[in-house]
Write a protein that binds this ligand. Structure first.
Ligand code: COD
Ligand code: ZN
Length: 366
C-alpha cells in the first residue's frame, strides 16, 4: 500500500510503498478514501510536537472497512468509518466519566506509536514504521483499534465526512462542550484556519451574538464570514485586543478561543475577556512555552482559562450527529474543503496550508 512517511522532524514526507500487516484481535483495516491536511501534523513535522518516528502521519480522515480482526463486533467489511485520533477504551476513569477524549489508552497509543498490544502493523523492509495517534490516515490501507473507528451513514461523500473527524469536532466541540456558549453571548476567535473556522461555525450554531474573527490573512477572514463571523479583524494591521474592546463597548467578550498555538495570542485571548469571561485554549504551543497571567482580573472579574482537546467531545455520539447536521443542511462542510490533492502531492498540500492558501484540504488515494 502507499503511504506518506515522516522519517525525522524537519524533513519532507516520503510517499512510498509500505508493508501493512493483517489486523489482529480487536483491530480493523481501513481503506482510506481521504486524509485531512491539518496543522497538527505540521507541528510534528516541525518538531514542535514529539511523536515516535518514522511514522505514517495523518489523524483526520474517512474510509471504508476492508477487513476486521478476530473479536471485532462494532464494524464490518464495507462500513464507512471515521478514524478517531483519540480512541476511547470505554473502561478507564475518563471514558466511564463521560470524558472519552481524555482516555488513558489513547495517551498510550500516542506516546508509543503502536497499537494497544505494543506493536506496529507497518514495515518498510527491516524498519518498523510507527502509527500516528493510532490512526495514520495518510495510508491507503491503515490498521487501527476497533475503538478508534466510528461507523457513519454511507450517503455522505467521504472527503467531506473526513473533516468531521478532527477540524469540525474539535472546533464545534470547543464551543458546545468545553465553553458551553450561551445564545446571544459574544465570542472572539483567534486563528481562523481549518479548526478556528469550526469554532466560528459552532458559535453560529448555538446562536452567539457577536462573533469576532481574528487572523493575519484576509482570505481566511473572508472564509470566517462565510462560516458565521459577524466581525473580522486583521491582526497584521491593527491591535486585536483594542479592536475587540472597541467592538464590545469597552467590555470585552464572554468567550475567547485561541486556535493558533502561540503564547502571545493565548495572552490576547485572556486580555479580551469581560467579567466572568472564559478563554478556551485549543492551540498547542511549543512544549516549554508559558504565559504570564495578570492575577487581579482572574479574581475580581471571575475569569476562567481552560483547555480543550478533541472538542472535549464524545466522538462516538458526536461524529454521527454532526454528519446528520450536515446532511440536514445545518452544518457547513463544503466551504471548508478548499482543495483535494493526490497523496503523492502531500508536501505541496502542506506548503499551501503554511502559505495560508487553503482552509482545509484532503489527500486522496488512487
Ligand atoms: N494572529 C492571528 N492569526 C494567526 C496568527 C496570529 N499571530 N498566527 C497564525 N494565525 C492564523 C493563520 O493565518 C491561520 O489562518 C490560523 O492561524 C491557523 O490555521 P491552520 O489552518 O494553519 O491550522 P488548523 O486550524 O489546521 O490547526 C490549528 C491548531 C491550533 C488546532 C493546531 O495548530 C494545533 O495547535 N494543534 C495541536 C493541538 C491538537 O492536537 N489539536 C487537535 C488536533 S487538530
Ligand atoms: Zn487536526
Amino acid at each position: 500500500m502507499k503511504a506518506a512517511v515522516l522519517y525525522e522532524p524537519k524533513s519532507r514526507f516520503v510517499v512510498e510503498d509500505v508493508e501493512v500487516q493483517e489486523p489482529k484481535h480487536g483491530e480493523v483495516m481501513v481503506r482510506m478514501v481521504a486524509g485531512g491536511v491539518c496543522h497538527s501534523d505540521l507541528h510534528v513535522v516541525k518538531g514542535d510536537m514529539v511523536a515516535p518516528l518514522p511514522a505514517i502521519l495523518g489523524h483526520e480522515g474517512a474510509g471504508i472497512v476492508e477487513r476486521v480482526g478476530e473479536g471485532v463486533t462494532n464494524v464490518r467489511k464495507g462500513d464507512h468509518v471515521i478514524p478517531l485520533w483519540r480512541l476511547s477504551c470505554g473502561q478507564c476513569e475518563w471514558c466511564l466519566g463521560g470524558r472519552p477524549a481524555l482516555c488513558d489508552a489513547a495517551a498510550q497509543i500516542r506516546s508509543t506509536g503502536c497499537l494497544l498490544d505494543g506493536t506496529s502493523r507497518f514495515r518498510k523492509g527491516s524498519t518498523e514504521i510507527k502509527h500516528f495517534a493510532g490512526v495514520s490516515t495518510f495510508a491507503s490501507l491503515s490498521v487501527m483499534m476497533e475503538q478508534a473507528v466510528v461507523k457513519i451513514r454511507n450517503d455522505i461523500p467521504l472527503e467531506k465526512a473526513a473533516l468531521v473527524g478532527c477540524g469540525v469536532i474539535t472546533g464545534v466541540g470547543a464551543v458546545v462542550n468545553a465553553a458551553q456558549v450561551r445564545p446571544g453571548a459574544s465570542v472572539a476567535v483567534f486563528g481562523t484556519g481549518g479548526v478556528g473556522l469550526n469554532v466560528i461555525q459552532g458559535a453560529a450554531l448555538v446562536g452567539a451574538g457577536k462573533i469576532i474573527a481574528v487572523d493575519l490573512l484576509d482570505n481566511k477572514l473572508e472564509c470566517a464570514r462565510e462560516m458565521g463571523a459577524t466581525h473580522e479583524i486583521n491582526a497584521s494591521q491593527t491591535d486585536p485586543v483594542a479592536n475587540i474592546k472597541e467592538l464590545t463597548g469597552g467590555q470585552g467578550v464572554d468567550y475567547a478561543f485561541e486556535v493558533i498555538g502561540l503564547p502571545e495570542t493565548i495572552s490576547q485571548s485572556v486580555e479580551v475577556l469581560r467579567k466572568r469571561g472564559v478563554a478556551v485554549i485549543v492551540g498547542v504551543t511549543r512544549r516549554e512555552a508559558t504565559i504570564a497571567l495578570e492575577t487581579f482580573p482572574m479574581v475580581f472579574q471571575e475569569r476562567t482559562v481552560m483547555g480543550s482537546i478533541y472538542g472535549s467531545a464524545r466522538p462516538r455520539v458526536d461524529v454521527p450527529a454532526l454528519i446528520d447536521l450536515y446532511m440536514a443542511g445545518k452544518l457547513k462542510l463544503d466551504p471548508l474543503l478548499t482543495r483535494t490533492y493526490p497523496l503523492e502531492q502531500i508536501n505541496e498540500a502542506y506548503d499551501a496550508l503554511e502559505r495560508g492558501e487553503t482552509a482545509r484540504s484532503v489527500v486522496t488515494f488512487s
